[in-house]
Ligand binder design. Sequence first.
Ligand code: ADP
Length: 257
Amino acid sequence: AREAAFQAQKMEAIGQLTGGVAHDFNNLLMAILGSLDLLRKRLPSEARTDRLIDNASQAAQRGASLIQRMLAFARRQALTLTPVDVAALIEGMSELLDHSLGGAVKVRTEFPTALRPVLADPNQLELAVLNLAVNARDAMPIGGEVVIAGREENLSKPRGALPPGPYVLLSVSDTGTGMDKGTLARATEPFFTTKGVGKGTGLGLSMVQGTVEQLGGALLIDSAEGLGTTIELWLPVAAATDVTPDEPLKAPVLAEV
Ligand code: ADP
């Protein structure tokens, strides 16, 4: 199960990186093409320079069309959104979590009240929780308890990027090392890791954040050095009209490019 989760994580990372990098790359190519156009206008026309500029311009255009194809590919990997009962999802992960975390770290769940469903891809959400739980374990080298808790929160005014409304607040807490200021500032950056070569990919938190933001939610970090860390996933409660779809809703991985 661990290997499968790792592979799925890798594929998802590649998809997201393709999207993000392709977008930046496209902007660069557009800047190159624009500059070449200006050069063409400003330099006195001469057969040899004209040909060099044409070559450069054609290469940049080929690059741009390659990027368009990569983006089209990334967009095809659609998410399957369906109403998810977060407490049931976590319940269903108990074996996977025990297995993935090992003996010294125990998982406790706290879902005091029934939660309304959120619209999510259940596999992606599981992967997100697994990532957070593994980070929590890594932060507690001598063992301890990971608490996975869920409750509903109603925002009456915007909080950061979150619009007002009802949310399921799913949190994963540990009593581990916590993060220093520098780590906290960079924790969700792709490829940022403090775990050393071959141990961390630095993709976990950035992917979890990507997953949650795709659902219209947010990832918040509360961490104190030496005390522990809580990662909060704010997930919008599904609208009543979303709850009984005839078919799962499809949303593109890259909403806009
Ligand atoms: P990775 O786990 O591969 O390093 P992540 O993106 O998941 O990549 O995490 C980035 C960094 O954030 C970690 O290397 C670690 O320094 C820090 N971090 C993440 N979760 C925790 C946690 N629960 N406690 C302390 N530090 C954490």
